[in-house]
Design a protein around this ligand. Structure first.
Ligand SMILES: [Zn+2]
Length: 132
């Protein structure tokens, strides 16, 4: 009996663990498996184990993703701090300025940031797994 364990993993867990590994079976079936999980091909029954991927290589990808998140957070808080600092230092109403800063952040920086992250995920290295 062949069971596809990977299909029962909730998406939220996969998201926490990082991007799933795309496994292309010898028979052509493509499955997305969270790192560290094993999965049986629903078509031919070959077993694929993503734990065969060296942890350092997968960690390298995770590190890049974390770095991107930190960059976005640092810039976001700098804008927030800048607005607060200006509000403290000047008496002028700063609402328009804060609005412009936040709009620039959401409309200019975040789309670029999302593109960069997506590009990194697309460029995941490919690993050759052995079926069992
Ligand atoms: Zn297969």
């Amino acid at each position: 009996m062949h069971r596809t364990a990977c299909e029962k993993v909730p998406c939220s867990i996969a998201a926490v663990k990082g991007p799933p590994i795309t496994v292309t079976c010898d028979c052509g079936v493509i499955q997305r498996i969270p790192y560290g999980e094993a999965c049986t091909c629903p078509s031919c029954g070959r077993r694929w184990d993503t734990a065969q991927i060296p942890v350092e290589e997968y960690e390298g990808v995770m590190r890049d993703m974390r770095r991107y998140r930190v960059q976005a957070m640092v810039l976001g808080s700098s804008i927030g701090l800048g607005v607060v600092a200006l509000a403290v230092l000047t008496d002028r109403p700063l609402f328009p300025l804060a609005l412009i800063a936040m709009a620039g952040w959401w409309l200019v920086y975040m789309p670029q940031w999302r593109r960069k992250v997506r590009a990194r995920v697309r460029n995941l290295p490919t690993w050759k797994l052995r079926s069992r």
